[in-house]
Design a protein around this ligand. Structure first.
Ligand code: PLP
Length: 394
């Protein structure tokens, strides 16, 4: 592919990460990482794996015990009619699952409809496979959901797949059961694949998480992917997984997996077994704590900067996607023409507050900012105090 990769963008989140390194005592609300640590069951399983010298090559798609546990989880929790465990494969995180899916599914020029705003690696991975991401807006007035007629009208002769991500990063929008049903109907009607990114399946505060592959006949045309990053606070360990019924596609995905990773790191896979065999209560306690942090953060923003930043609390995921009041003007030394970049530079340089400009998630995100409220309460309070000082009427 060579020079083609010059056109594949790097996420602005990385640019911000680099900016944040020059800030002393920063509030890292820019990164989508939780402040929790992985449960003891994960750590104990990894320790055991070290002691047992589990440091050798493994099956390409994952250790059988892990695949069995995942197949069982997908059937029981997601209602996906997974047959044999070889319909599941583990990947080096969710981002790698999407890379594997796109490389195996897309021909050059194939279009994939993605939400706008959306986590930047969605478009990046489609482009990396020489596909074409076609953004379709999520609307704030609909709780950051689609206008489904608009989604239908985005389908054209080159559309190969629809990629959905519910709960959505960055907006926190959660699709309803009816939304998912209609999207499934569109896929059947137009003979499309559905790529379902369920990274935040366990972070739903209001409403329910619905896996489209659980709907009648949809498992045949849906590739669902998940990650341990958010549910088990394992972001750095890099463990994700996907499920697909189509055998030919699976054979291709297995090759992409092999040529890009060999196999997922052995110790990490044993950590995944520990996560699934151990108590599941951390999933609930993480969600409860995240809900408290969401409420703390929204109340704090309203109080400290309500005349500048506003929005309704999200129903899922752990981001505040806030609208910048049109009357806000950056100080003269900030010369960028993008409003969301201007505010981001202002908050980082004057308030030590990390955030991500909405435009980094798509053109529809311009005029918004994303803050991650999965940071600990002290860090959130620090950022809010800093906002209060920055936005105090003069
Ligand atoms: N999908 C979405 C929407 C995400 O926000 C993320 C991570 O931020 C992922 C997938 C993948 O996460 P990871 O690669 O850490 O498993």
């Amino acid at each position: 592919m060579g020079v083609y990769f010059d056109q594949v963008p790097f996420s602005g989140i990385i640019r911000i990460r680099d900016m944040m390194y020059s800030v002393r005592d920063p509030f890292r609300l820019d990164q989508g990482d939780v402040s929790f640590d992985a449960p003891d069951s994960v750590k104990a399983a990894m320790h055991r794996a070290i002691d047992e010298n589990r440091s050798h090559y493994l099956q390409t798609t994952g250790v059988p015990r892990l695949l069995d546990l995942l197949a069982e989880k997908l059937r029981r929790k997601n209602g996906i009619p997974v047959g044999a465990s070889d319909e599941v494969m583990v990947t080096t995180g969710g981002i790698h699952a999407l890379y594997v899916i796109c490389r195996a599914l897309l021909e050059p020029g194939d279009e994939v409809i993605i939400p706008d705003p959306e986590w930047p690696p969605a478009a990046g991975n489609i482009l990396a496979a020489q596909g074409v991401p076609v953004p379709c807006p999520l609307h704030e007035r609909l709780g950051w959901r689609y206008d489904l007629d608009e989604l239908a009208s985005a389908i054209g002769p080159k559309t190969r797949a629809i990629y959905i991500n519910s709960p959505n990063n960055p907006s926190g929008g959660v699709l309803t059961r009816e939304d998912v049903e209609r999207i499934c109907a569109l896929c059947r009607e137009h003979d499309l694949w559905l790529i379902s990114d369920e990274a935040y399946e366990d972070v739903v505060f209001e409403g329910e998480h619905v896996s489209p592959a659980s709907f009648d006949g949809m498992y045949d045309r849906t590739i669902s992917f998940f990650t341990f990053s958010k549910s088990f606070a394992m972001t750095g360990l890099r463990l994700g997984y996907l499920a697909a019924k189509d055998e030919r596609l699976r054979e291709r995905m297995k090759k992409v997996l092999f040529y890009s990773a060999g196999n997922v790191a052995s110790l990490v896979q044993f950590g995944g077994i520990g996560a699934l065999e151990g108590p599941q209560d951390s999933i609930v306690s993480f969600r409860e704590e995240l809900k408290c942090r969401r409420d703390l953060f929204y109340a704090g923003v309203k109080d400290a900067a309500g005349h500048v930043l506003s929005g309704d609390p999200p129903r899922g995921a752990f981001y505040a996607f806030l609208r910048i009041d049109p009357s806000w003007q950056p100080p003269p030394e900030i010369t960028t023409t993008s409003r969301s970049w201007g505010m981001t530079e202002f908050l980082i340089s004057k308030g030590r507050i990390g955030c991500v400009p909405g435009v980094d998630f798509g053109l529809n995100g311009e005029g918004y900012l994303r803050f991650c409220f999965a940071r600990d309460r002290g860090e959130l309070r620090g950022a809010l105090e800093s906002m209060r000082t920055l936005f105090a009427p003069r």
